[in-house]
Design a protein around this ligand. Structure first.
Ligand code: PAF
Length: 282
């Protein structure tokens, strides 16, 4: 069956009528779809009768010096991916369809939105949650699927659903990696072969941390890999390495028991990359 493309609320309504009744899953994306997105779509198909993929490069979540204008836009190829994966509706609004010129009200990600990744990208998670809430209101899905690769985003979406009583189930999907460990990301296409060699050290650092048991040893083992990579050409320029509680994103203490997330962000060449791994402590 053909993919129905909708650009606004009215077209979405018609698309849903054409697609038919049942349980709806939303996979929110910014396009430039890759194997990681395919895995989100496949998980969504297991959860619902119909899958809607949104494709929208959200200006609100990019800082003034970030890559909004050069973010990859590959709409025709994305539609092909959606068709291959059995997606029924693609929601691809223009910026003017999403945001009123005099918009006033937005979602605040609170304190949890200004730590770890949020400390390096002020306002980023406010922008993410604002667009995700709007997508939820427009598409009205029963379930929405987000990648674990953006672990803090996933945790904040769960927080928003709980705090604002949204009737939507949130499902996290495991990170998809290349055979050599590099986490899939739409931004990987910016990497030169030399950048890519350096970038491999993000996942290598996470693996080195993951074989340790205590918080300080976990971070020390990961940091040692990142320090070596800081001497590569091009160098790995570390933004942060953090071991945090998966629900709150606060740093875990030595006596922490249960799951923790080891998260890393670094710049390689002109590309900023993030990655994380979930660990069981104690
Ligand atoms: O993860 C992304 O691609 C984006 O942050 C999202 C969830 C589509 C919101 O713009």
């Amino acid at each position: 069956m053909d993919v129905i493309v909708a650009g606004n609320r009215e077209e979405l309504g018609k698309a849903r009528e054409a697609a038919g009744p049942g349980r709806y899953a939303l996979v929110p994306t910014m396009g430039a779809l890759h194997e990681g997105h395919r895995s989100l779509i496949r998980l969504a198909r297991e959860q619902a009768d119909q899958v809607v993929v949104s494709i929208f490069v959200n200006p609100l979540q990019f800082g003034p010096h970030e890559d909004f204008s050069r973010y990859p836009r590959t709409f025709e190829a994305d539609l092909g991916v959606c068709a291959e994966e059995g997606v029924r509706v693609v929601f691809a609004p223009a910026v003017a369809d999403m945001y009123l010129p005099d918009r006033q009200v937005a979602v605040s990600a609170g304190a949890m939105g200004s730590v770890v990744e949020g400390a390096f990208r002020p306002g980023h998670f406010d922008g993410v949650l604002t667009v995700v809430l709007k997508l939820f209101n427009l598409v009205q899905p029963d379930v929405a699927v987000f990648g674990q690769k953006d672990a803090q985003q996933l945790a904040l979406v769960r927080r928003m659903v709980a705090d604002l009583n949204l009737p939507i189930a949130i499902v996290g999907a495991p990170t998809v990696r290349e055979a050599d460990g590099l986490a899939l990301s739409s931004r990987n296409r910016y990497l030169s072969p030399a950048d890519r060699m350096t970038a491999l050290n993000l996942s290598k650092a996470l693996r080195a941390g993951a074989v340790q048991r205590e918080p300080e040893r976990i971070k020390d083992a990961a940091r040692a890999v990142l320090e070596t990579a800081a001497r590569f050409d091009p160098p790995l320029l570390l933004d942060y390495l953090a071991l945090v509680d998966p629900a709150t994103f606060t740093e875990v203490t030595e006596d922490h028991r249960g799951e923790a997330i080891l998260a890393v962000a670094a710049k390689v060449g002109t590309t900023r990359l993030i990655d994380n791994v979930v660990l069981a402590l104690g």
